[in-house]
Design a protein around this ligand. Structure first.
Ligand code: C6P
Length: 418
């Protein structure tokens, strides 16, 4: 097949990622297809971490000295880049956390604790990552709020008719993923957001899998919160983002106390700093945030629409290439435009971990397990799946390597089909 790669120059992109030249098992070239777990990092991001520690390291927002001011400037410049990337009306609406999980917990703790009382309803979906279920269960057990879940249909999409029934005037918040990590399903969050707003509920979007792979514009989305992680979009681990609408952030209590989140402290009481400092207690991951800025620059140069087009091409090709392997079930929507760059599958008679090991012996790195989405596994009635997930540097030849490795697993375990 002749691939257009969405207009991306893959050879040039791949040169920027040293790890992609790695071999495993003494000479087997690495085929990295575990991008939904974390992406690889380009030299531009790696260099920025070194540069910061070598030339600019100082604590931020705390010193009048030149180095501290320089580090503060670089940290705040990264905030501006994130704001521009998601088209936030103001950089002050961008809060740095350590990952998506912390961003989602921040909403449950700082908004939920201030505004939810017994009987209030929070609507989630059955395809949420554990990080958008567990914080709400903790709050339910503490406050007596009621959790409702939009059901998943057999093709991995959400039951929108049921969503219309579940979202009512009792709903205080809708929390939903824009793209399922376990299945790749893209959720029509615009539609759900409009529905929730009609009933006066706030909307929290888990963008951990969508923001790295497609253009996400918070003004167009019209939600109230968007959570995502830098490490899934070329940035270092330990940096996440919570974007929040300012009028909502202003009504929230702090999440963690201490450090720069205060204005005044006496032994009796404290007052809070401006937003976003109010939600960033303690010394943050300064180097990580600054290097995340370099990751955003990199993605911006490629263009999110091209990245999305490239991934649709890869997924379309992958589904065709592996769809007819005997005994295979590919989960999630059949239409590649309704899914992100994720292909989650089961090979009849072979445990996904065994599939993963055979794939690994051929250099193909995929994730196997429940993908922190156990309710999805329960609904599919499988203990786990094997999941290949693509990003900007993956090629059609790597999809071929994946397909051949799955054939090999099928032959190796003699599941009766090969
Ligand atoms: N999913 C995966 O392999 P953290 O770990 O906090 O950066 O992101 C949590 C998270 C939240 N929501 C969704 C939709 C996610 O996919 C993830 C992370 C990884 O699928 C690790 S479990």
């Amino acid at each position: 097949m002749t691939a257009s790669n969405g207009g991306l120059d893959l050879a040039s992109i791949r040169r920027d990622f040293p790890v992609l030249r790695r071999e495993v098992h003494d000479g087997v070239p690495l085929v990295y297809l575990d991008n939904a777990a974390t992406s690889q990092k380009p030299v531009q991001v790696i260099a920025e971490i070194t540069r910061y520690y070598r030339d600019s390291n100082a604590n931020i927002h705390r010193g009048v000295h030149s180095l501290s001011q320089e580090a503060t400037g670089q940290y705040e410049a990264a905030r501006d880049k994130v704001a521009a990337f998601i088209n936030a009306p103001s950089s002050s609406e961008v809060i740095f956390t350590k990952n998506t999980s912390e961003s989602l917990n921040l909403v449950a703790h700082a908004w939920g604790r201030a505004h939810l009382k017994a009987g209030d309803e929070v609507v989630l979906s059955e395809i949420e990552h554990h990080s958008n279920i567990v914080p709400w269960q903790i709050l339910r057990d503490e406050r007596g709020i009621v959790l409702k879940f939009i059901p998943m249909l057999p093709d991995g999409t959400l039951d929108l008719a049921e969503a219309k029934r579940l979202i009512t005037d009792r709903t205080r918040l809708l929390g939903v993923t824009q793209m399922s990590n376990a299945l790749g399903t893209i959720v029509p969050v615009h539609e759900l957001t409009a529905l929730a707003h009609e009933h006066g509920a706030l909307v929290l979007i888990d963008g951990a899998q969508s923001v790295p792979h497609m253009a996400v514009d918070v003004q167009e989305l019209d939600a109230d919160f968007l959570a995502f992680s830098g490490h899934k979009m070329l940035g270092p681990t330990g940096v996440g983002v919570l974007w929040g609408r300012m009028s909502v952030l202003e009504q929230m209590q702090p999440f963690l106390g201490g450090g720069e989140m205060i204005l005044t402290v006496t032994l009796d009481e404290s007052t809070w700093n401006e937003i976003p400092a109010r939600f960033e207690a303690g010394t943050p991951n300064i180097a990580g945030v600054i290097a995340f800025g370099a990751a955003i620059d990199y993605l911006g140069r490629l263009g999110m629409d091209r990245i999305r087009a490239h991934e649709i091409e890869l997924v379309d090709y992958a589904m065709g290439r592996i769809g007819d392997i005997p005994g295979i079930t590919v989960f999630g929507p059949p239409n590649p435009r309704q899914r992100g760059g994720v292909v989650s599958f089961d090979l009849e008679g072979v445990h996904p971990h065994d599939v993963g090991q055979v794939l690994d012996s051929r250099g193909v790195a995929v994730r196997t397990g429940h993908h922190c989405a156990q309710p999805v596994m329960a609904k599919l009635d499988v203990p786990a799946t094997a999941r290949a997930s693509f990003y900007i540097y993956n090629t059609i030849e790597e999809v071929d390597a994946l397909a051949e490795a799955i054939h090999e697993a099928s032959r190796f375990f003699g599941n009766g089909h090969a």
